[in-house]
Design a protein around this ligand. Structure first.
Ligand code: ARG
Length: 265
């Protein structure tokens, strides 16, 4: 009888831990903080990658995030925040990932892990149509003291701070959103804006009297930011991205927002 009791106890313990594992292990398999949910940080001020239209989040990154969620079998929850707070949110666990036109840089690699890249961009220079700034090198002329507008915390901000402000060649004006910098350019408060190519195109379309210089400032790769050391989530995101690339879904999403739109214009 004693033996039988011990056996029952053992069975209960085993069944108990299997049930507990079902919830916990599933969570661990995905690597997100809450099982079944992928919390995605974006800064919805960056068309065509992320923006709000009719009270809905739209754009290339939003669709890619949803497609990743579908592949992983989890619901996607979008958290909209200022761009310069996204990596912090990923670090603190407030968001599982950041997908917001985030370019891979060596400095950022020290803060977060990056997935494989899902697309590329270039940093462009937006000026007024009649600007004396004609190419990228015009920003670096000593004595001209250029006023350069950027979105706070972006690579445009990082590069211009290093190459222009710290070199004494000009001043960097930082704005909460890229389009605020564009508005300041239209108002004559600054001489140019350094920003990613596709948002630059959108903003130039919406605001009169502006153009994008042909010479680019830098080439970059967009990637998903994940909490440092979360190997499981990184593996799952990379696997989802790989599948989405191979089946042509990423290209389809990019075409929908960029290439087809260009043909319409
Ligand atoms: N690619 C640039 C960077 O990584 C700008 C990204 C800005 N994204 C945004 N959603 N506002 O810094």
């Amino acid at each position: 009888m004693k033996k039988y009791g011990l056996f029952l106890l053992l069975v209960t313990v085993v069944i108990g831990s299997i049930t507990a594992c079902e919830t916990k292990c599933k969570k661990n398999q995905i690597g997100t903080a809450n099982e079944d949910v992928l919390v995605v940080a974006i800064s919805a001020d960056f068309p065509p990658y992320e923006y709000v239209e009719n009270n809905e989040y739209k754009g290339i990154d939003v669709e890619i995030a949803k497609a990743i969620g579908d592949k992983m079998g989890v619901e996607v929850q979008i958290k909209d925040m200022k761009f310069d707070t996204i990596l912090g949110a990923v670090k603190s666990g407030e968001a599982d990932i950041g997908i917001s036109g985030i370019s891979i840089t060596e400095l950022r690699k020290k803060q977060v892990d990056f997935s494989q890249s899902y697309t590329t961009t270039v940093q462009t220079i937006v000026v007024k149509e009649d600007s004396v700034i004609r190419e990228a090198s015009d920003l670096f002329r000593f004595g001209k003291y250029r006023r350069v507008g950027v979105q706070t915390g972006t690579t445009g901000d990082l590069y211009c701070t290093d190459d222009i402000e710290l070199e004494g060649l000009g001043r960097v004006e930082r704005y909460n959103a890229g389009e605020d910098a564009i508005k300041a350019l239209v108002a004559g408060k600054i001489d140019c804006v350094v920003i990613d190519q596709e948002p630059a195109r959108e903003f130039v379309k919406r605001n009169q009297g502006l153009k994008i210089l042909e010479t680019a400032y830098a080439e970059e790769e967009y990637s998903v930011a994940i909490k440092k050391g979360n190997k499981r989530l990184t593996k799952n995101i990379n696997q989802a991205l790989e599948e989405l690339k191979n089946e042509g879904t990423i290209q389809k999403i990019v075409d929908k927002y960029i290439n087809e739109k260009k043909e319409e214009d």
